[in-house]
Design a protein around this ligand. Structure first.
Ligand code: GLY
Length: 369
């Protein structure tokens, strides 16, 4: 088996396949885990990310349920504690429009029987005294958790290798080789042909640039800028979202503030405008942050798709070709379920309903020539 891409998705797949006894080679153009997986904030937030009940929310929830055991397994396989934290998340509102947004979210989520609690502003401040006095109300999602994505990426890489997968860093795939309606391997940009019984496309934002694929893979980069402020002692226990920003407290006192959403191609840069757009809403949520040292800034590229849903499962026309890309805002959260889906897909198990995530939903698009 050959996996293209060494982010959390590619490494989770390689780990799973190797654990299942499948000979697995993962190729990564740079160093594994150094792109979107590293840039993320690590929120496991189905109830913030989904806008309605349906297949996407179900997928997020299923992966969220897998996470505690996933983290425990990684600890025992690698000795790495990946920073799984289960204090929950708050979605806070400050304006009249925010209150309406919260009410609408509470309406559909409580009607669907999802774990959401409605809080007054005073109740929210009782839970998190660092919140601004102007908070008018909040939703609490006790089952929306977080993980340290950088630790997770390192642990998954190590776990994949420990399980027997081979990882080759610094090897860029240029073309997927298809013969007689079957994927047979890849050719690297250095001209090396590598044969494989099956190929998994887990190349994130770069998936659409691979040559040789039978269909267009409409993944494009969506730039996100983030900063970290130092709060000692930590300002929050919950992950805090407002409609304009999110604040993710790490155990070491760093508070991650994210993230911009920009369509600027493959350009990665932290800009004054980007930082300004984060700081205003961060101070609105917690004015004491005005004095917190700014200790880090970075950015990354989310692999976006036209409908913001991932592309998962087998190619409709080419045997041995599988997709695990386009995870957009939820690559960290979706890593465990994606590994399961690809293992099933490679094993020929078609019992899972994947229509909403199949590449063929974009069948009117033409492949790159
Ligand atoms: N998952 C949050 C983001 O993509 O900014």
């Amino acid at each position: 088996m050959l996996v293209i891409g060494g982010g959390v998705i590619g490494c989770a797949i390689a780990r799973r396949l190797a654990r299942d006894g499948v000979r697995t080679l993962l190729l990564e153009r740079d160093e594994p885990g150094t792109h979107a997986s590293w840039a993320a904030a690590g929120m496991l937030s189905p109830l913030v990310e989904a806008e309605e009940p349906g297949p996407f929310l179900s997928l997020l929830l299923e992966s969220r349920r897998l996470f505690p055991e996933f983290a425990r397994e990684l600890l025992s396989e690698t000795g790495t504690e990946v920073g799984y934290r289960d204090e929950g998340a708050l979605y806070v509102g400050f304006t009249g429009a925010d209150v309406l947004t919260l009410e609408e979210r509470y309406r559909w989520q409580s009607a669907a029987g999802l774990p959401v609690q409605r809080l007054s502003g005073a109740e929210a401040r009782e839970l998190e005294p660092g919140l601004a006095g102007g908070v008018r109300g909040a939703l609490r999602f006790p089952e929306d958790h977080q993980v340290d994505n950088r630790l997770l990426a390192g642990a998954l890489r190590m776990a994949a290798v420990t399980a027997g997968a081979e990882i080759r860093a610094g090897v860029e795939v240029g073309e997927v080789l298809v013969e007689g309606a079957r994927a047979v391997g890849v050719r690297t940009t250095m001209g090396e042909r590598i044969d494989a019984a099956a190929v998994v496309i887990a190349a994130g934002s770069w998936a659409g640039a691979l040559r040789g694929l039978p269909h267009a893979v409409p993944v494009s980069p969506v730039h996100g800028q983030l900063i970290a402020l130092k709060t000692t002692p930590p300002l929050f226990r919950h992950v805090v979202h407002s409609p304009r920003v999110y604040l993710v407290p790490r155990a070491d006192g760093r508070l991650i503030v994210g993230a911009t959403v920009e369509q600027v191609g493959f350009r990665k840069a932290v800009t004054p405008a980007g930082i300004l757009s984060l700081l205003g809403p961060a101070l609105e949520a917690a004015p004491t942050l005005a004095d917190a040292p700014l200790v880090e800034s970075w950015s990354g590229l989310r692999p976006g798709t036209p409908d913001a849903l991932p592309i998962l499962g087998p190619d409709r026309d080419v045997a041995g070709l599988h997709y695990a890309t386009g995870h957009y805002r939820n690559g960290i959260l979706l890593a465990p379920i994606t590994a399961d889906i690809i293992a099933e897909s490679i094993g020929g198990d078609q019992s899972r309903e994947l229509t909403a995530f199949s590449l063929s939903r974009f069948s009117s698009l033409r492949p790159p020539s």
